[in-house]
Design a protein around this ligand. Structure first.
Ligand code: ATP
Ligand code: MG
Length: 381
């Protein structure tokens, strides 16, 4: 940790590991404040590289490239958690640069078992779960957890990939096949009332600020809509925000933590965590007094955090490859023209891959709902 003179202010350079849309939106927020941007991403001209001053194209665990990124940057962050943490640990411990978040959040959130264990260790509930790395363990787990349940790969899954729903014993042969090829966790299916998420930021100074609750609707395991304010009771909202702030402090994390939760009655179960800004927080750009991306930059730079509040009720519609043409066409019409369009500069529109989002804001919540409902009538599947 060589360059820890805080706070880190513009025109310092922020290095980002990962070149996707989260890095891009971090970079846009940082640039607005006057920071320079460097990015490490294997492919050229990534969504983040389009906003960066320095582009390094190499594998995330290429040690020479990581050292170069740390060397040209005053502070380094990551935009997704599936980067090999061993290489990062090594270069940071060798004193090459400043990564205030450290490698520990990656280690926890890259692995669904460690992630759930961390939630339990902090005193919170999750879906019933078990390590099912062997046939015996799977059979025991099914005995205990029962059906319906979900088999998930322990690592590498996102957007519902690497998941198998087990409805009855008819699905057991496939499950036994799956665990031969990948380390898996079995989760009991939670009949939740709602899905919500909470985004919390913690600065290098220890200051913690939590965003208001986001209400999420998924389609085919992929986030479809996020709505604020969330339609949850004050009890649930307070519990969820307190949980997020508490986990952030107990795990001693810096930067941003997003926690996906299931709401069951007045209870909350932790589903997943991500040590970074999150898809459900994109509407903070247009609907809150501070975006999750600006807050993240403030946190890693040791600047004061802003107390986030909702300025306008809003709904974010996630745009996947198959939605982009439709959305851009509608957005050119007066009915939807005031929607805030965010396209990520991806070189192709691939089915089921996130290519952008469109946020509708309206102080009249009923009018907002009418606009979104109408926009979704012909939304492609
Ligand atoms: P993400 O894109 O958020 O990273 P992911 O592929 O890592 O997604 P999860 O968040 O675990 O996966 O699951 C995706 C969705 O599937 C959840 O948002 C939820 O709707 C549903 N789901 C997952 N686990 C459970 C469960 N145990 N009980 C009920 N529904 C579940
Ligand atoms: Mg999830």
């Amino acid at each position: 940790m060589t360059k820890a003179n805080l706070p880190i202010v513009p025109p310092a350079v922020i290095g980002i590991i990962g070149g996707g849309q989260l890095g891009r939106m971090m970079a846009i927020a940082a640039r607005q404040m006057g920071y320079g941007i460097a990015v490490l991403e294997p492919g050229a001209n990534s969504p983040t590289a389009q906003i960066a001053d320095v582009e390094i194209n190499a594998a995330y665990d290429d040690k020479v490239a990581l050292e170069e990124l740390l060397f040209v940057s005053d502070v380094v962050t990551y935009e997704f958690e599936n980067i090999p943490n061993a290489a990062i640990k090594e270069v940071v411990q060798a004193g090459f640069g400043y990564l205030p978040q450290g490698h520990m959040p990656l280690k926890i959130t890259q692995n669904r078992l460690r992630e759930k264990d961390a939630a339990v260790a902090c005193g919170y509930g999750t879906a019933p779960y078990a390590d099912v790395s062997t046939e015996d363990k799977l059979l025991d787990a099914i005995e205990e957890i029962g059906y319906p349940s979900i088999l998930k790969t322990v690592s590498g899954g996102y957007d519902g990939k690497g998941q198998w729903r087990l409805k009855s014993k008819d699905d057991l042969p496939e499950a036994l096949e799956v665990i031969k090829n990948a380390e898996c966790i079995l989760e009991g299916f939670v009949p939740f009332d709602k899905e919500i998420s909470v985004i919390v930021a913690r600065s290098t100074t220890g200051e913690v600020k939590t965003f208001p609750i986001f209400e999420n609707d998924h389609a085919n395991g992929i986030l479809h809509l996020t709505t604020i304010p969330a339609d949850v009771s004050d009890v649930v909202a307070d519990k969820a925000r307190a949980l997020a702030a508490d986990m952030m402090a107990k795990l001693d994390l810096v930067g941003t933590l997003a926690i996906e939760m299931f709401v069951v009655g007045e209870d909350i179960l932790v589903n997943e965590m991500a040590p970074r800004p999150h898809n459900s927080g994109h509407l903070t750009i247009d609907a809150c007094n501070v975006s999750q991306f600006e807050q993240h930059i403030r946190a890693i730079c040791g600047l004061p955090l802003i107390d986030p509040v909702i300025v306008h009720p809003a709904v974010m519609v996630n745009l996947l490859g198959q939605h982009a043409d439709y959305a851009v066409k509608q957005w050119q019409t007066p009915a939807y023209g005031d929607g805030k369009m965010h396209l990520y500069g991806k070189d192709e529109y691939i089915r089921d891959r996130k290519v952008g989002h469109l946020t509708f804001v309206n102080d009249d919540a009923a009018a907002l709902k009418r606009t979104v409902d109408a926009f979704l009538v012909d939304f492609p599947e």
